[in-house]
Unconditional design. Structure first.
Length: 407
């Protein structure tokens, strides 16, 4: 049992508006990943009246640590933002789960009593550092690919849809709801508290909202989009047959029911009870529990189900005890599978949309979802929420936060 003195409290959560990764046409095209993080470091200091020298560590998730995102961007970004040279930093990679893992590891430092004030989050600038740019052996070395049964995550999503008999209409319906909910939430200002713009030399924002949201999208437009991975089904079937010899892989997911690729960054400020009292910080929530796990790597996008089962067993809670869920939209089938497995009421799931509408900036997604969940728990006056993210090769990470009476 965690003692009250060693609870990891969430003090603040900030993120930048997500910009579509459109190459040279991206709104953040001429910026470095450290430029996306700089306003967030500034906001953490200014909004909470803390001196950066009081922060003991910065933990950032980043899925592709190459080029502009190489050389331990957590430490370099803190220095670039003008933070104290005494603040350390480490960059983590658990694929799409990286940012959530960074938050969990930051919380673990505080829960252990070893540290008192930590910043955690993530960054991914897909415009300049594309997915797979690090040329990892998992997806570039034929021997390793064969041995580990590498399958592109889009085909893994298609495998889940094929196994569960999800129709294209079901996948498109989830995508449509994501855009409609995200559009409504943006219009009502639900994201405003956590959004911090990136500004130019004239102090004008490059972007004021998540760019990928499409308020006017409709089911007809979604239905007309071709399946994205049709050309790879024949090869994918050979991999699938090694594990699921009786299953037929069908190309189902399109660009419309897959996560939008965006540039993003997020930070979360975590503190111990002692540091809250010392610096007069007001906790907004606490990290109740977190878990990681892994599932079969060909199916891949179900690791968060295993992690959630592990968490429920450890806490003695049931899925019904969760007020709100933020399940990253790592393709529509993955969310439908998670929802079905835990029998989640739609009114509790991704109530403000998710990555299909707003975008999935890989390493930054964990911090994005924690902030969105926290804001929504406060808005609805709810107590307990879960963020769940699946990642490459079958990994999954979940985090439970609590506010209100739980504090």
């Amino acid at each position: 049992m965690i003692q009250s003195e060693n609870i990891a409290y969430i003090i603040d959560a900030v993120r930048i508006p997500r910009a579509r990764a459109k190459g040279e046409n991206s709104l953040y095209a001429n910026l470095k990943p450290v430029d996306l993080l700089k306003p967030l470091f500034n906001a953490i200091s200014e909004r909470n009246n803390i001196n950066s020298s009081q922060v003991e560590d910065v933990l950032l998730g980043c899925s592709t640590q190459s080029g502009d995102q190489g050389a331990n961007i957590a430490k370099i970004a803190a220095l670039y933002a003008g933070w104290s040279q005494n603040v350390s930093g480490v960059t983590l990679n658990r694929f799409c789960c990286s940012g959530l893992d960074a938050i969990n590891m930051g919380a673990a430092k505080i829960m252990s009593g070893m540290e008192d004030l930590v910043v955690a989050g993530g960054v991914e600038k897909l415009t300049s550092v594309a997915m797979f740019a690090d040329k990892g052996a998992w997806f570039s070395d034929p021997k390793v690919m064969e041995k580990t049964r590498f399958l592109h995550m889009g085909l893994a999503a298609d495998l889940i849809a094929s196994q569960e008999n999800y129709s294209r209409e079901q996948l498109d319906s989830l995508a449509l709801k994501s855009h409609k909910k995200a559009s409504a939430a943006r219009q009502k200002g639900y994201f405003n508290h956590s959004l911090v713009p990136v500004v130019n030399n004239e102090n004008q924002p490059y972007l004021e909202h998540d760019e990928a949201i499409r308020p006017s999208i409709n089911s007809q437009a979604l239905a007309q989009l071709p399946a994205s991975f049709s050309d790879y089904v024949e090869h994918g079937q050979k991999v699938v047959s090694q594990v699921y010899p009786h299953d037929t892989l069908k190309a189902i997911h399109s660009a419309g029911n897959s996560p939008a690729l965006v540039d993003g960054a997020s930070l979360v400020l975590l503190a111990s009870k002692r540091k809250c009292e010392e610096l007069n910080l007001t906790p907004r929530a606490r990290i109740r529990h977190f878990s990681n796990a892994s599932d079969e790597p060909v199916k891949m996008l179900t690791g968060h189900i295993k992690a959630m089962e592990k968490m429920l067993k450890a806490t003695g809670l049931t899925a019904d005890d969760i007020d709100l869920w933020e399940v990253n939209e790592s393709f529509a089938a993955s969310v439908l599978k998670f929802q079905k497995h835990f029998a989640i009421n739609e009114n509790k799931l991704n109530v403000n949309g998710s990555a299909i509408a707003m975008g999935h900036p890989l390493g930054a997604t964990g911090g994005n979802l924690v902030g969105i969940l926290l804001d929504e728990l406060e808005r609805q006056g709810k107590e307990r929420g879960v963020v769940a993210i699946c990642g490459g090769a079958g990994v999954g990470v979940v985090t439970m936060i609590e506010r209100g009476a739980a504090l």
